[in-house]
Design a binder for this molecule. Structure first.
Ligand SMILES: [Zn+2]
Length: 51
């Protein structure tokens, strides 16, 4: 139950991909690049790109 997973999501403002914990879905997240605050989608496909 303590396994913390992350999903990848691109900032809607600067398009910077970042990782957010699954627990943050549906909540506010902040971009570490442009400091913008946005709501993380509850359903988002996991990107399979290089990081
Ligand atoms: Zn950003």
């Amino acid at each position: 139950m303590s396994q913390l997973r992350f999903f990848e999501y691109a900032c809607p403002y600067c398009q910077a991909r970042q990782r957010f914990p699954e627990l943050a879905r549906g909540k506010r997240g902040r971009c570490s690049v442009c400091q913008a605050v946005f709501v993380l989608p509850k359903e988002v496909p996991i990107a399979t790109g290089t990081l």
